[in-house]
Design a protein around this ligand. Structure first.
Ligand SMILES: [Zn+2]
Length: 269
């Protein structure tokens, strides 16, 4: 992998189907460190982050910023703040969610860190307040759960929104990108290929859902069972959420209607 200047990460000990090897918590800076996402409250995790700060020659953690509010990204933020006095930043629509935030940010805001700055890229879809952080000097994007190192992310309605999600992916194509550093899984060294693959994958799922409806498979569970047949069982409820998210997108576009639990293609499609 190409060298990263003043960037380290610590993967939290929360592996699982959704979190892959665990949540990647990133540390940036020379002496005053900025932390992106804190997954776990555990002493082991907080000690681990503080240990990394020392190892990178940092003197203190200046601030903690969050890609989104899901627990595996925000759960340990207050515990870390308590230990080191760092300031916590959160997307403005989520202000007050943790009850200990010190500042908020919006899309387009610049957040300085000791060594450069991060631009906030609001990327709703996985979570309505989800943000990626863009480091333009190194052309690196911290993607949180918007793009993962492996597999795809879940879009859980009603807060998760497939229309916004695909739009948020397209938006990233305008950035100059060298690397994507995801919230889970390995570094992505072909950013544009990955983004296009993610968009194409969703459009393929959408086509599969439309085909299911044409074939008379017309409820969320039956569609999910058909098109996600390769998924391990524990992930099926999650797959159903994504199917629902696709159907809501199609309804919004006037391509699909709903009667009770059944979905149907409108004449137009
Ligand atoms: Zn996550």
């Amino acid at each position: 992998m190409q060298a990263l200047e003043h960037i380290r990460h610590l993967t939290a000990a929360n592996p699982g189907y959704m979190t892959l090897q665990g949540t990647n918590q990133y540390l940036l800076g020379r002496e005053e460190i900025t932390v992106i996402d804190v997954a776990l409250v555990s002493t082991e995790n907080i000690d681990g982050i503080l240990g990394q700060v020392e190892a990178m020659g940092g003197k203190k953690i200046e601030k903690i910023i969050l890609t989104h509010i899901h627990k595996d990204h925000s759960g340990g933020a207050l515990a870390l703040k308590k230990r080191c006095g760092a300031k916590i930043g959160i997307f403005h629509s989520r202000g007050g969610f943790l009850g200990g935030e010190d500042f908020t940010y919006a899309g387009g805001d610049r957040i300085p860190y000791d060594g450069g700055e991060l631009v906030v890229v609001h990327t709703p879809g996985h979570e309505s307040g989800h943000c990626c952080f863009y480091e333009s000097k190194q052309q690196i994007l911290f993607t949180g759960d918007h793009i993962l190192g492996r597999g795809t992310t879940v879009i859980p309605p009603p807060d998760g929104d497939m229309t916004l999600y695909i739009h948020s992916l397209e938006k990233l194509l305008d950035l100059r990108l060298r690397l994507l550093l995801p919230g889970h899984g390995p570094v992505i060294e072909q950013p544009y290929e990955k983004i296009r693959e993610y968009i194409d994958h969703r459009l393929m799922r959408e086509e599969e859902i439309l085909q299911s409806l044409r074939d008379g498979i017309d409820t969320v569970p039956s569609i999910a069972a058909r098109i996600y047949s390769e998924l391990p069982n524990p992930l099926l409820p999650v797959a159903q959420l994504s199917v629902e998210a696709h159907l809501l997108k199609l309804i919004k576009e006037g391509r699909v209607g709903k009667e009770g639990e059944r979905y149907l293609i409108t004449k137009r499609d």
